[in-house]
Ligand binder design. Structure first.
Ligand code: CA
Length: 241
């Protein structure tokens, strides 16, 4: 059984919330559950359109998809969202340059399937907190190459520059991960408005300290705001009980 809770918060400094979150413990098409976190970018109104619309297109596609393989289902859904956003941006000047990150996850018979484009993250917490997704960002690539450490990356002036986005180009590269879950595992999906405000050890302590999924998610958002709340903050907590 899954216990889940999602929350999105505008933060303290932004005028718009360009994040979008979707969470369903119930079946969506052939997937037994579906969780999506998206962080949009673009000019006035385009960023929130990008994250909301990409998620909507994905859900609509997944609802009708007859494919059994969850990775194929999610890949096709993201590819469709990508081509639709590109089309919209070409059609309408206000939407030029928009894009969104996507982290999508589904849990099927104790196995977690994750798809990722951009720098929103999925973490798995058991004894340790482990980031499953890799950030498709300028600093994320520098960290992986060993030329920057994680702490410096959080404060790097180019930390917001992402190298892959849904809507960012015709050829979209999506990362997939397949992780067997154990009872008691906790999954965190989040946007960079959380991870730029809290480091991994702070995140781990908050999740471990709070009792249920609602308290865990709310405490993370509260802590990110207490540390400055510079960006929109989105958190999904999934407990595999
Ligand atoms: Ca953000």
């Amino acid at each position: 059984m899954l216990k889940t809770f999602s929350i999105t918060d505008i933060g303290l400094k932004r005028k718009l919330n360009q994040d979008y979150v979707f969470s369903s413990e119930m079946q969506v098409g052939k997937l037994p559950n579906l969780f999506v976190v998206a962080d949009g970018m673009g000019g006035h109104k385009a960023g929130d359109y990008a994250s909301r619309e990409a998620t909507r297109i994905m859900i609509e596609y997944i609802e009708d998809c007859q494919e059994d393989n969850p990775i194929v289902v999610i890949r096709k859904a993201i590819e469709l969202a990508n081509s639709r956003l590109i089309h919209k941006a070409r059609e309408c000047e206000d939407y030029a340059g928009m894009g969104t990150t996507i982290v999508a996850a589904t849990i099927i018979e104790g196995c977690l399937f994750v798809a990722n484009v951009g720098d929103s993250r999925l973490y798995l917490l058991n004894e340790e907190l482990r980031q499953i997704t890799k950030d498709h960002s300028y600093v994320g690539e520098m960290v992986r190459m060993g030329s920057l450490d994680e702490e410096a990356a959080r404060f790097h002036p180019k930390k917001n520059v992402i190298t892959r986005a849904v809507g960012g180009g015709n050829e979209i590269q999506i990362d997939f991960f397949e992780i067997p879950l154990s009872p008691g595992d906790v999954i965190l999906m989040c946007t960079d408005g959380l991870t730029n405000m809290l480091d991994d050890s702070e995140i781990r302590l908050i999740i471990q300290k709070q009792r249920d999924v609602v308290e865990k998610a709310e405490a993370l958002v509260k802590a990110a705001n207490e540390n400055g709340g510079l960006d929109n903050i989105t958190v999904t907590i999934i407990e595999n009980v």
